[in-house]
Design a protein around this ligand. Sequence first.
Ligand code: SF4
Length: 282
Amino acid sequence: MAGAGEFFLHTDWKEIIGILNADKCDVEILTNGLVLDHAHIDYIWTQTSVKMLQFSMDAADGDCYYNIRGSTQFSRIKNILRYTCSHPERKVVRLSFVVMNENLKHIVSFVHFASEMGADGVLYQHMHNRPLITTKRANGFVFDESQHPNKSERKRLILKAVSVAKRLDIFVQLNQMPEIEISDEDYYRCKSKYYRHEDSDFGIQSPCCLPWTMINRTLEGSWRVCCMSEMNSHLGGKNATLQEAWNSKEIQEIRRKLLQGKCPQECMPEFCDVASELKKAH
Ligand code: SF4
């Protein structure tokens, strides 16, 4: 469960997880953690099939957290993180970090921070200029291009973070940074039995596994392959059910194109580095 919003703000979040539980789905949730308390964490770890909680942090200290996320709740988040990670029924806990100029110098300390909190690992993410947040619907939000970091400096610091993570026995994962190569052993090493190497790609030889692992629901209620794809792609038609979208001819064509190493027309090279690389190659 991810998206352009905080999942735990939905008043029916327990019911939503319950439906997925009943269908025996593994659930992974991305959250900023700000509305969670100890009772919620007890519920999530003991009453649901949630196998991973990812906390969006982007920072390893309170000042940086405030500058990026605009919240003064860093101490509170640390308390929730410690509780989440020390819970006897815990599954995987991952901390995410969108790399930008504001936090570039914190890349390595973020690994120390994650280890100190007791997390299993960290995810470094490329900063996307998403179509959704550049529209007028987002209160005139203007994407700050100046925050795009220098890619070679990003690579240097992330490789350093990987060697620190190895020593601290936590994993590092990357999203949308094809220029950085990390060995499989380092990339997926994780203490938890719930998150294995084979979970990562399901044996699929594709430059992007998202069309096989997730689907994105738009604000209008239709479906697209991911949040960096064409807003109006409407997989399976505008009113398709999840099942119809997941098995639609459009998504099958996207999968076929990716397996051929080509850029599907729904994937937008201006927002997605993988799509951009595929476009360049053809
Ligand atoms: S736009 Fe296409 S290639 Fe890029 S992440 Fe989404 S599905 Fe994958």
